[in-house]
Design a protein around this ligand. Structure first.
Ligand code: PRP
Length: 185
């Protein structure tokens, strides 16, 4: 059974305040458009719901699925799939991620959005782990920089555990007691 640091890395209040700031920036930048807020399941579902409400503008919401992980090790591949038929041609899309880590998933998503002929794509991630990047990607909005911790809560999971925690916490590895360095994810 994995454990978490009970002291949040980011509290629900800190997250909510940052969501309001991001929403204000996005509302200003996308004024005059009717964006499609496109959340990436499953991790970003919670952030997408909060961000879309904070945007306070005429927008659509939808979700796509992208998977790149087995446990904590990136497979180096990401598969993108729609939850329903989406017509993105000519649309302004705000892609919403919970975390950008190696960049593999976002790179695949950008290629997919480009193939779908979205006119404008803006990317908003709650968490950015730039030190882990293996594929360079461009972010338009990033909530918080994260060091090389494995974080869970507010939508982020470890093997489907901890997703529903309201705050973000650092996962504690059982091996840490024996001095094993923590790995990212
Ligand atoms: C997480 C996250 C991103 C991706 C980032 O999803 O939501 O989509 O990993 O990692 P990368 O930058 O190394 O590609 P995950 O595959 O864990 O699926 P989930 O959201 O359903 O838990």
């Amino acid at each position: 059974m994995m454990r978490i640091d009970p002291e949040p890395l980011l509290t629900a209040e800190q997250i909510a305040a940052r969501v309001r700031e991001l929403a204000a920036d996005i509302r200003r930048d996308l004024a005059g458009t009717r964006p499609l807020v496109l959340g990436v399941l499953k991790g970003a579902a919670f952030f997408t719901a909060d961000l879309a409400r904070a945007l306070d503008m005429d927008a659509e919401v939808n979700f796509i699925r992208a998977r790149s992980y087995a446990g904590t090790a990136s497979t180096g591949k990401a598969a993108v799939s729609e939850t329903e038929d989406l017509c993105l041609r000519g649309r302004t899309v705000l892609l919403v991620e919970d975390i950008v880590d190696t960049g593999t998933t976002l790179s695949a998503l950008r290629a997919w959005l480009s193939a779908a002929e979205a006119e404008t794509v803006r990317v908003c991630t709650l968490l950015d782990k730039p030190f882990r990047r293996t594929t360079p990607v461009t972010l338009d909005y990033a909530g918080f920089l994260v060091e090389n911790h494995f974080v869970v809560g507010y939508g982020l999971d470890y093997e489907e555990q901890f997703r529903t925690l309201p705050a973000l916490h650092v996962l504690k590895w059982p091996e840490e007691a024996s001095g094993r360095p923590s790995v990212g994810g």
